[in-house]
Design a protein around this ligand. Structure first.
Ligand code: ADP
Length: 466
């Protein structure tokens, strides 16, 4: 790609350089054409020496020359300036033969136009001088009568100069094309390398061009795209990992009650003369395990229902204070039966929220069950409601055993439990808090575990007030 682009640039620059030369030549042609057009209007051409010369220099009328800013001098054969009117560039009354020769030879290089004529009869030189307005000395002069050798030598020098000129032109076009192409090919190469790495699966790749032009825009778009892909891939990996873990946990959690049911059912079938009491105990175990499996499946169903796009809440405008007071009242007999202390701080005001009462009930019930299930008798349970920044905060706290720090960040993930012995009596499914959090989120709020609780744990339900 690099060579193709720089070749393209090289061709373009050569064309541009050649066009520039042609333009320059055309400009000279136009300039000489234009100077031909104005030739007759210039003072130097209107009053040449031939037009005013007289045999007797005293008869010369220098006034039109002087009026047009010029000057007239007459130098006799002794190189004396015997007549001078207007502009005088000789500056002396008497010249030596050497000085006069120098004056004549250098007249072409001065910023004056000199028209010099010799009058043989009067034996003097008439010099008409005009200051040059603007002069461009560019002319090709040749004479057919020159010696052939001189022609060849001069021709070779000119050809050599033209060749060198063309070579320099081609070299500059080449270098310039390389430099210009590099301004495109280098960032392009970096972007191509980045894209290739991305294609090969390196999503952490980012391009840094240190440019501020359009390539910088392309670079930012590329980096944004790479960042998004990286984020999406990590999300996908995480959800894949979560899904894998979920299936593993489900099968693990179902395996124990199911094999227990199977084992005891087989025992009941095979052991003929079983004592009635023993038989009843076995049946009780079967019942408990089937209840456990059933609960797990019900909660799993609930969880997956909430993840489905069809899941929606039946919201209605509810006074949350009134609603929570009612729920707390229903909790009291349960808390007292289990030997728990309780305190409710719910304002007497009416604060309205949009609520699916049945689903929201599930959150409070889950938090209350957890508090009672995982904490010892005598634990204090406190439920308080406050409003902050138009959000209702319901803090559900207990001063019980608390949640270990290492679990705090994962406690809302399915199947996460502090006591991971899946057979233990206290061990629930580990799905309750995940379901509760999803319900809170579906209400536009959240369920979080407040950090740094001195004793026990505090769960906070947030829900927008209306
Ligand atoms: P489970 O069905 O196991 O109760 P949850 O998602 O409701 O599932 O709870 C997850 C885990 O969090 C529980 O197994 C328990 O270890 C811990 N936990 C929840 N609430 C409390 C609490 N109030 N005090 C101590 N531990 C708790």
């Amino acid at each position: 790609m690099k060579s193709k682009l720089s070749n393209q640039f090289f061709r373009n620059f050569l064309v541009i350089f050649i066009l520039a030369i042609l333009d320059m030549v055309l400009a000279f042609v136009l300039l000489s054409f234009a100077s031909g057009l104005i030739k007759d209007s210039l003072a130097k051409n209107r009053y040449p020496a031939g037009a005013i010369i007289k045999e007797d220099y005293t008869q010369i009328d220098a006034s039109p020359v002087v009026e047009n800013g010029g000057g007239v001098q007459v130098v006799d054969k002794e190189y004396r300036v015997v007549y001078s009117k207007g502009l005088d560039t000789i500056g002396k009354d008497k010249l030596t033969a050497e000085e006069f020769t120098k004056f004549l030879t250098e007249s072409k290089t001065r910023p004056y136009h000199y028209d010099i004529l010799y009058q043989p009869k009067g034996e003097f030189w008439l010099i008409v001088t005009f200051p040059t307005s603007i002069r461009l000395n560019f002319s090709l002069v040749y004479n057919k009568e020159a010696a052939a050798g001189d022609f060849i030598r001069s021709g070779l020098v000119i050809a050599f100069v033209v060749l060198i000129y063309l070579l320099i032109l081609a070299l500059s076009a080449f270098i310039y094309s390389r430099i210009t192409a590099a301004g495109i090919t280098i960032p392009l190469k970096k972007l191509c390398d980045g894209t290739r790495l991305l294609r090969e699966g390196d999503y952490s790749v980012r391009v840094d061009l240190r440019l501020k032009n359009e390539f910088a825009e392309l670079q930012n778009t590329f980096n944004d795209m790479a960042a998004r892909i990286e984020h999406e891939i990590s999300l996908r990996k995480k959800s894949e990992e979560d899904r894998r873990r979920l299936i593993l946990d489900i099968s693990h959690d179902l395996k124990n009650p199911m094999s227990s049911i199977q084992g005891y059912a087989e025992l009941l079938m095979n052991k003929k003369n079983m004592h009635e009491q023993e038989c009843e105990e076995h049946l009780k175990i079967i019942l408990n395990n089937s209840k456990r499996a059933n609960r797990l499946l019900t909660e799993l169903f609930e969880l997956s229902q909430m993840d489905s796009p069809e899941f929606s809440l039946k919201l209605s405008k509810t006074d949350i204070c009134e609603y929570l007071r009612q729920l707390c009242g229903e909790l009291v007999p349960q808390l007292e039966r289990e030997g728990f202390k309780y305190e409710f701080n719910i304002p007497e005001d009416s604060i309205f929220v949009m609520l699916d009462a049945d689903r929201f009930n599930r959150i409070i019930q889950n938090l209350a069950n957890n508090a009672m299930r995982y904490n010892p008798e005598g634990t204090q349970v406190t439920i308080s409601l406050t409003v902050q920044n138009n959000r209702v905060l319901i803090d559900f706290s207990d001063d019980g055993i608390g949640i270990p720090d290492h679990l705090a960040s994962n406690i809302f993930k399915p199947f996460v439990r502090a006591d991971d012995s899946r057979n233990s009596k206290t061990g629930g499914s580990g799905l309750g808090l995940s379901i509760a959090k999803r319900i809170a989120k579906a209400h536009g709020g959240d369920l979080t575990l407040l950090p740094n609780t001195i004793k026990g744990s505090t769960f906070r339900i947030t829900i927008p007030a209306i």
